[in-house]
Design a protein around this ligand. Sequence first.
Ligand code: G1P
Length: 292
Amino acid sequence: MKKRIRKAIFPVAGLGTRFLPATKSIPKEMLTVVDRPIVQHVVDEAYEAGIEHCIFVTGRNKSVIEDHFDIAYELEDVLEKRGKLKELQALRADLPKAGAMSFTRQQAPLGLGHAVWCAREIVGDEPFAVVLPDMLTLAAAGRRCLAQCIEAYEKHGGNIIAVEEVAPEETHKYGVVSVGKDYGATFEITGMVEKPKGVAPSNLIISGRYVLSPEIFPILEKGEKGAGGEIQLTDAMKALMGEQAFHGVRFDGKTYDCGSSLGFLIANVAFALANPGLANDFRAQLKNLGVL
Ligand code: G1P
């Protein structure tokens, strides 16, 4: 029987230089998309997929992420006294179960592969998920991207990577996979390359949701550097492909790359239009602006 995916790693150590000065004193993961911090959106997605333990790989100046997921007694007290029960309830609904979150530090910015490796002791010897908070997802219908990856893991076992189609001129910014046996929603991955310089093997990019087996850790441990002089998760996965199966999931929905200001703005628009409490008013305001 396949082991259940209980833990997810969230690499949140990046400096967010593309968002300065907004990220001078707050982590980029705390920027809000509509009404929730980015990091809360990805944790929501993880819980929806059945994740029980969230592991954050943080860095200096990121402690506010830990505070965000802690109880805020004074605030709760004030809300209660003022009768703001709806707000109080909403805060309590987002509070993780005690002990169900861990925080560890990536001490130097050595790359995504290194960040994932930093969580090895907390993950232990079981398959796990990786969720990149830069990438926010909205499902076309049903559950979001990580849940779809876990479904694919239950079907195929091994390792799973979510992919998204992009324009060929965008592929150089991402990891790109090669497609083998194709089942439609899922397919066998026969190769992958990080930030391809020449012609990319396909226009399917690695979109920031993974299910990986713990055998990735000894490979990451070697600390071999790849694209950009960093320890790349893609290179370690490529090495693991020699021993274990990898399948891609064509996510039935859309991924929003919040790694740039334009992507971040588009994510805000998309999430606002997907928010039942806001969509109609927001659409009307966009019309007033002459956008629609
Ligand atoms: C990372 C991964 C890359 C993936 C991308 C998605 O790159 O290395 O394979 O396509 O995330 O955002 P980064 O954005 O850290 O350069």
